[in-house]
Design a protein around this ligand. Structure first.
Ligand code: HEC
Ligand code: HEC
Ligand code: HEC
Ligand code: HEC
Ligand code: HEC
Length: 195
């Protein structure tokens, strides 16, 4: 009898762990498709050696322009230059009709948090990889997942369900902003980041 009790207990514990690690994330996050594929490495790798700022520009007033508009792509892809299906779709569905691509932004912060690339990249001289990891040299887009409760991208919290990042660049929750600032002797009031 005693043994059976322990076996049931263990089975229960294992089932709870399995729910926590595998079922809970499935229930918590909804995956949404990106509108079209994008391969950074084709552009930024040895073959074409484009620099990040050729697409991710800063405006004259210092403002970061984010993901490039479709007119930027049209500079090279007004007609297809390769033979891939994805490029054919890009030209037919977006470039020719002049329609913007509704990209999902992995790192999008809640509206009440204020972040400026000019402060960090232009003034602070931080490399993109410090916060975004290897996205700029990736060949495929990661799946885009939305937290069903908060509505935020999973990448803000970090991919690891434990909340402990397996790579230093994973996740951009408030504690990461605050910790980096503290490491660099920058102590701010709440309103520095919350407007
Ligand atoms: C040919 C234009 C082009 C170049 C060059 C380019 N990017 Fe991008 N970048 C894009 C497009 C289009 C997207 C939107 C699709 C995506 O998320 O990858 C994007 C998205 C991103 C994102 C995702 C932001 C988010 O949170 O959703 C990061 C990070 C990024 N680029 C970093 C880089 C870095 C770093 C480099 C240089 C090594 C670079 N990019 C060079 C076009 C470009
Ligand atoms: C400076 C020129 C240049 C710009 C600007 C540019 N590309 Fe490209 N792109 C290339 C080249 C070169 C290739 C390689 C073509 C080949 O050999 O297939 C390529 C390939 C591609 C492909 C097909 C290859 C693959 O594996 O996915 C897609 C899709 C693509 N680009 C999307 C974009 C988008 C979206 C933008 C705008 C954000 C953009 N490109 C901006 C030069 C450019
Ligand atoms: C100190 C950390 C940090 C650095 C360094 C950094 N980023 Fe970001 N990036 C962020 C955060 C945080 C966001 C989300 C901003 C928001 O939602 O307002 C973001 C958003 C983006 C986006 C999406 C913008 C949008 O809303 O459309 C792109 C593209 C991007 N970053 C590219 C880059 C590139 C390219 C570099 C290097 C030139 C870079 N980032 C450097 C933290 C950083
Ligand atoms: C990797 C380190 C790092 C990370 C991560 C980081 N920051 Fe910063 N941040 C800095 C540094 C360094 C400065 C000061 C730059 C300078 O003035 O040269 C700064 C400046 C700022 C400022 C300007 C404050 C002022 O006094 O002008 C704001 C606002 C800010 N960060 C918000 C954020 C937010 C929001 C996040 C997270 C989404 C974030 N930062 C993540 C390093 C970081
Ligand atoms: C260095 C930037 C920074 C500072 C300073 C900062 N925050 Fe935040 N805070 C953020 C970012 C980025 C988020 C969104 C990411 C997250 O939820 O962790 C956030 C999220 C929050 C949230 C959760 C809101 C939500 O929608 O999930 C609360 C509450 C909050 N902050 C309160 C505070 C208070 C109170 C202070 C002052 C003691 C403070 N913050 C200082 C960057 C900052």
């Amino acid at each position: 009898m005693k043994h059976r009790g322990i076996i049931f207990l263990l089975a229960g514990v294992l089932a709870a762990l399995a729910i926590g690690w595998f079922v809970f994330p499935l229930a918590l996050y909804r995956t949404e498709p990106q509108p079209i594929g994008f391969n950074h490495a084709v552009h930024t790798g040895e073959q074409n050696s484009m620099t990040c700022d050729m697409c991710h520009e800063f405006a004259e007033d210092g403002r970061f322009k984010g993901i490039p508009v479709v007119a930027k792509c049209a500079e090279c892809h007004s007609t297809a230059i390769g033979t891939t299906d994805v490029e054919k779709r890009l030209v037919e569905e977006y470039i020719t009709p002049g329609k913007e691509i509704p990209w999902m932004v992995y790192s999008r912060q809640p509206d009440n948090a204020y972040f400026s690339h000019a402060t960090h990249v232009t003034r602070g001289k931080m490399p993109c990889e410090e916060c975004h990891g290897p996205h700029g040299s990736s060949t495929t887009l990661p799946s885009f997942q939305v937290n069903r409760i908060s509505g935020y991208s999973r990448d803000v919290w970090g991919r690891d369900i434990s909340g402990i990042p397996s790579e230093p660049w994973q996740g951009m929750k408030m504690d990461r902003c605050v910790n980096c600032h503290a490491d660099r002797n920058k102590v701010d009031g709440c309103v520095a980041c919350h407007k």
